[in-house]
Design a protein around this ligand. Structure first.
Ligand code: MG
Length: 374
């Protein structure tokens, strides 16, 4: 690792783990966090969870797993270039979507509707719940016992009522303070990753067309640059040459603007970062282009009738499963019955459903609702 900036998070200025453990011998504390996340059950489940396209729709589309790996790659590059802790950035990125339900945002919205009168469901909070409580891997504690700053980075946003229940971790939302720069990086690396890979997946699926995309200045500009360097490139290569230029432009813009803001704010310590305004940011010009790209994807991809059909089906599956388990908790697997008996039936049900992969939830739906299925 290159020399860390004085305001980067490191083992020395970290607020540490809730359960005190001996320091790792050959790794840093944040490398250990990353390793724990990679070995978790929730991480493996990401392979079979939807990003935009349901897992069985094609083998080449992004899943939550490949999305998380792309976010980690982008976050690590940015962190390293700014002399920040790239191990922490990687750990946060790999964990940021652990709490996602099956079927992407449609699944999360449906589960949130089911949980509305019971405090709601939010995938961001669920990611934290997984690393703090639900993973069962260690004799000495529940969850993964991650470092404070890894957990802080996972909890991107939080309503005030919830923040009050979360003690030290929730405090920054009440005091209006910023998380580490490493956490701020992951937030924007997430955006860079999905905006660009959704263009790629959208084209691959045929739901988006090149003609539509050429109307976006960000895409058109980089497609023109690709054409100039490599005239007569066949279709797929041209798309990749364009998208890699878009990612590069966004990362370069983010690095320059963040370096500028850091120079102006001149933080001396991590505490200064918490008190400063957001220091990791795009320029206004890139922000405008990113908004246009997001709006475009919402209109042409996320609300495409073929995607909406999947979304509607997904909502039905989640509502049906939730209703069946809450009506009769004896239908839950024993482990979740136990959780229901010691906690609440609805929360145990939400934990069970949120942990399902796309295909598992479809199977479970069939087992509960179709006669002749075991
Ligand atoms: Mg994400």
């Amino acid at each position: 690792m290159s020399e860390l900036a004085p305001y980067a998070v490191d083992d020395g200025n970290s607020r540490g783990r809730a359960f005190i453990e001996p320091r790792p011998k050959e790794r840093s504390e944040f490398q250990r966090d990353r390793d724990r996340i990679v070995h978790s059950t929730a991480f493996r489940r990401l392979e079979y969870k939807t990003q935009v396209f349901v897992n069985h729709e094609g083998d080449l589309f992004r899943t939550r797993l490949t999305h998380s790996i792309e976010v980690a790659q982008i976050a690590r590059s940015i962190a390293r270039a700014l002399h920040l802790n790239d191990d922490l950035a990687e750990a946060i990125a790999l964990a940021h979507d652990l709490g996602h339900t099956p079927f992407g945002h449609a699944g999360q919205d449906a589960l949130n509707e089911c949980m509305q009168v019971h405090g709601g469901f939010e995938h961001n909070l669920q990611s934290l719940r997984i690393v703090d409580r639900l993973e069962e891997r260690y004799g000495a504690f529940d969850g993964l016992n991650l470092m404070f700053e890894t957990r802080e980075g996972i909890l991107k946003h939080c309503a005030p009522a919830r923040a009050r229940e979360l003690g030290e971790l929730g405090k920054r939302f009440l005091d209006d303070r910023r998380p580490s720069l490493e956490a701020q990086i992951c937030n924007l690396a997430d955006e860079i990753a999905y905006n660009n890979h959704d263009v790629d997946d959208g084209l691959r699926s045929g739901l988006l067309t090149l003609e539509q995309l050429e109307q976006l200045s960000l895409f058109a500009r980089h497609a023109a640059a690709a054409d100039e360097e490599f005239p007569h490139m066949p279709g797929r290569r041209r798309v990749h040459e364009t998208i890699r230029r878009m990612i590069d432009a966004q990362v370069t813009d983010l690095l320059a603007e963040s370096a500028r803001r850091i120079a102006v704010a001149a933080p001396g310590t991590l505490a200064d970062v918490h008190a400063a305004p957001p220091l990791i940011a795009f320029t206004d010009a890139m922000l405008t282009e990113n908004r246009a790209l997001k709006g475009f994807l919402r209109q042409h991809l996320y609300q495409h009738y073929q995607v909406l059909r999947m979304t509607t089906k997904a909502r039905r599956i989640i509502h049906d499963l939730f209703g069946a388990f809450v009506d009769d908790p004896r239908l839950l697997p024993p482990q979740y019955q136990e959780m229901a008996a010691t906690g609440s039936v609805v929360r145990a049900t939400a934990d069970y459903i949120a942990g399902m992969t796309d295909r598992y939830s479809v199977k479970e739906h069939r087992r509960l609702f179709s006669v002749g299925e075991l």
